[in-house]
Design a protein around this ligand. Structure first.
Ligand code: AMP
Ligand code: GLY
Length: 428
């Protein structure tokens, strides 16, 4: 079949690579794409500015006999691109705007979990008209338990969560968010208890009713080694993460994934796509930290490296409401480790335009280099974003995967190259 992939990050490079290597994929197109994506996909004849324009995308799908459209990032899902394409009769992997609300409104997600008895942190939600009550609640939570987790309701590119440890800090944060620090994303605020434990990410590919989980992964959100410094989009990931034991996974399936899919269906908004469950695991008990409505970045790069089977067929079967379990012959063959190489300064302001060398040498060692924030300039790859590339390696043991990934990391050079040396260290 012919497939169109929408998105331009490291996640999309990994998805494109796995789709390209699927027996059922004939032609693969991408928009906006990036130089890495275009090593495996053809550029769709759609200008970057039109990557969210449904008439133009539908026209392209018609002309190129696209049988499956895969939407990578959250914003087009929140904008309703999946709905618009489905209305025109195209098969889409990615939830409707209503189902994606589980990601684009944290307040919605929390109330949904409360309604369907899904384990998560205790919380309260406030709008900007309730600022005094919100401030009081946050201050009291800090006084009582030492910390309060304060979240802007809407999409804030991974920056909308602040953990306050002093009453004044909590009060200021609530006022800042409701006052517009994150724009419209902060029209309401969720304030919740701080959960102790270890985090993990699980992806459930669903046709709206049935699902298959992929290899459980662990992200590294902080910029600094030992989980210090600012939160980022993610500095590396590995899988399968041993913290997700068989017993934990069983509980995630029965206590979280199944009630979530059932609740979504019951509300008339079945979830078709990748349900991302961000977990906190404490003493073997999983609780939801967040839901996302798409594959995670940088987890996907690792998760797809250990996936064997016809990935295109899996996504297509989900998109048409008839999940084909057989297409995933092995969702976790061995281990994978993905190390993100970022620009100096990230997650704050950073420079662009440094020439990136060594991709071929890294790949010659057997690693995969997934491009995220890159551009092509005069035939060279240059940095063009905060997270520049992910260097991902497979191994029969986690130790092998980590060693190979870091040997490949050493081959890649650019000015300001910034990365963590401790990806997966917790599991070794
Ligand atoms: P989110 O965008 O909701 O995933 O939050 C970003 C990060 O903040 C998470 O990956 C956690 O590290 C942290 N976090 C969010 N909520 C909580 C919580 N209730 N308790 C502890 N940490 C949290
Ligand atoms: N890795 C976290 C995310 O994709 O949101």
């Amino acid at each position: 079949m012919n497939i169109l992939l929408i998105g331009s990050g490291g996640r999309e490079h990994a998805i494109a690579w796995k789709l390209r290597n699927s027996p059922s994929c004939k032609r693969l197109f991408a928009v906006p794409g990036n130089p890495g994506v275009f090593t495996v996909a053809e550029p769709a004849n759609i200008s970057t500015g039109d990557a969210n324009n449904v008439d133009i995308i539908a026209g392209f799908c018609q002309e190129n006999k696209i049988e499956l459209t895969v939407i990578g990032p959250e914003q087009p899902l929140a904008d309703g691109l999946a709905d618009d394409l489905r209305e025109r009769g195209f098969a889409v992997f990615g939830p409707s705007r209503a189902a994606a609300q589980i990601e684009w409104s944290k307040g919605f997600a929390k109330e949904f979990m409360q309604q369907w008895n899904i384990p998560t942190a205790d919380f309260s939600r406030f709008t900007s008209y309730e600022e005094d009550a919100a401030v009081g609640y946050a201050e009291q939570l800090v006084r009582k338990s030492g910390k309060a987790v304060i979240k802007a309701d809407g999409l804030a590119a991974g920056k909308g969560v602040i953990i306050a440890e002093l009453p004044k800090e909590a009060a200021d944060t609530v006022r800042d968010i409701l006052g517009g620090m994150f724009g419209k994303a902060g029209a309401s605020v969720v304030i919740e208890e701080f959960l102790q434990g270890e985090e993990a990410s699980i992806f459930a590919v669903s046709d709206g009713v049935r699902y298959v989980t992929l290899a459980p992964a662990q992200d590294h959100k902080r910029i600094g080694e030992g989980d210090t410094g600012k939160n980022t989009g993610g500095m590396g990931a590995y899988c399968p993460a041993p913290i997700v034991t068989h017993d934990v996974l069983r509980r995630v399936c029965t206590e979280i994934i199944e009630p979530t899919l059932a609740g979504m269906s019951e509300q008339g908004t079945p979830f078709i796509g990748c349900l991302f469950i961000g977990l906190m695991i404490c003493d073997g008990a999983p609780k939801v930290v967040e839901f996302n409505s798409r594959f995670g970045d940088p987890e996907t790069q690792a998760v797809l490296t250990v996936f064997e089977g016809d990935f295109a067929r899996l996504l297509y079967s989900a998109a048409i409401g008839n999940l084909d379990f057989e297409t995933a012959s092995n969702t976790q063959n061995g281990y994978a480790c993905n190390v993100v190489l970022a620009s100096k300064g990230y997650p704050d302001a950073y420079g662009k335009g440094s020439v990136v060398t060594g991709i071929e040498r890294a790949e010659a060692l057997g690693a995969y280099v997934f491009q995220a924030g890159t551009a092509e300039q005069n035939g060279e790859i240059v940095s063009a974003g905060g997270r520049v590339v992910g260097v991902c390696a497979h191994g029969t043991t986690l130790r092998d995967a980590v060693n190979l990934a870091y040997r490949a990391v050493d081959e890649i050079k650019f000015d300001g190259k910034t990365y963590r040396r401790d990806i997966a260290a917790r599991a070794l």
